[in-house]
Ligand binder design. Structure first.
Ligand code: SF4
Ligand code: SF4
Ligand code: SF4
Length: 326
């Protein structure tokens, strides 16, 4: 390449894990720095919002996190207008992430929980953001947007890099593809997802029976999980059947069921809707007519279904969004 690429890393509502994942590239990051200049990365380097004014164009913009404030929205739109390739990086940017679960509540309830009611909060004067009378630094509270948005709700995304955070191998693949694209060696289809092309189940090394039949769903503390057998076959819910593979299955290898951070598998849009319709049929109800309604419902009850099925992808659920907007 005759010139260095200009890369911007733009945070929305983030936890910092996606930045750590980039820094964790170690030698690969140094190789990238040899080919590219970081022109904006306020979480890792000393960049300020005003620095965006001096940027005429950006080759690659990595957007991290969801959009929760008017300022997030303003900055991603500003950067996107100057960027040639726009990348949604991480589960929050791609699907809304964990913070989309707050969309199940009214904004007032969310603020009360965060600033007044949570067990670790001490706020005797019951001050909410922006309400402090003593405000020597004249800090104004960020203006929240109505719900938690994913990045492609506001800008056209060229490449999605999922995961919470994206695994090292996926980031390296994304970097290699983007460099080859700018060298003119490959084309990039709009909406390319850098991840596996099958479900996680297709890549899972655990023993799977031909047909899964369980007596009831169990939470992971209720059962000693056999590390060689499929979680679902042991009654523990695993999101592998509806989740995109390519992460290297770190949770499965650590004997923890998948929680879906790579997002929906190809041809699936709503992970929760897919699993809610498929999983109850795994429960075999013997002597159904003899069971009371209570016993029957205990067998198929799933605790915290929203947190379980939509931990990372509630931002994709059209149903929830329709209800919240109303
Ligand atoms: S995707 Fe995960 S690691 Fe990245 S900002 Fe969101 S919560 Fe943090
Ligand atoms: S449901 Fe989970 S444990 Fe079972 S095969 Fe799929 S990914 Fe593996
Ligand atoms: S196993 Fe599931 S939750 Fe774990 S990293 Fe892979 S996709 Fe994410």
């Amino acid at each position: 390449m005759s010139r260095k690429l200009k890369i911007a890393v733009v945070p929305g509502e983030v936890c910092g894990g996606c930045d750590m994942a980039l820094v964790d590239l170690h030698k690969n990051l140094i190789d990238v720095i040899g080919l590219a200049d970081i022109v904006f990365w306020p979480i890792a380097m000393d960049f300020k919002e005003e620095d965006l004014d001096e940027l005429e164009s950006i080759d690659i913009a990595l957007f991290q996190g969801s959009i929760r404030t008017e300022k997030h929205k303003e900055i991603i739109e500003r950067v996107a207008s100057k960027a040639k390739i726009k990348v949604a990086f991480g589960a929050c940017a791609c699907f809304g992430g964990v913070q989309s679960l707050a969309d199940l509540y009214k904004l007032e309830e969310v603020l009360n929980e965060a600033y007044l009611k949570s067990p670790s909060t001490i706020n005797e004067e019951r001050i909410l953001p922006g309400e402090s009378k003593a405000n020597p630094y004249k800090i104004t509270a960020p203006k929240l947007v109505e719900i938690n948005y994913k990045v492609d709700d506001f800008i056209d995304v060229d490449v999605y890099v999922p995961g919470c955070p994206p695994p090292k191998e996926i980031i390296s693949e994304a970097v290699n593809k983007l460099i080859k694209y700018f060298e003119g060696r490959i084309s990039l289809e709009k909406g390319t997802v850098i991840a596996g092309t099958r479900t996680l189940c297709d890549e899972c090394p655990r023993e799977k029976p031909e047909k899964i039949v369980i007596d009831r769903f169990k939470r992971i503390h209720e059962v000693r999980l056999d590390p060689s057998k499929c979680f679902l076959a042991q009654g523990a819910i695993c999101l592998g059947p509806a989740t995109r593979g390519g992460c290297g299955s770190p949770c499965i290898k650590a004997n923890m069921p998948c929680r879906g951070c790579m997002g929906p598998a190809p041809n699936i849009y709503d992970v929760g809707a897919k699993l809610v319709s498929a999983l109850p049929s795994l429960v075999e109800i013997e002597n159904e007519p003899k069971l009371s309604d209570d016993e029957l419902s205990k067998r198929v009850t799933i605790m915290d279904p929203a947190g379980l099925f939509y931990r990372f992808t509630l931002g994709l659920s059209r149903l929830v969004r329709m209800v919240r907007r109303e």
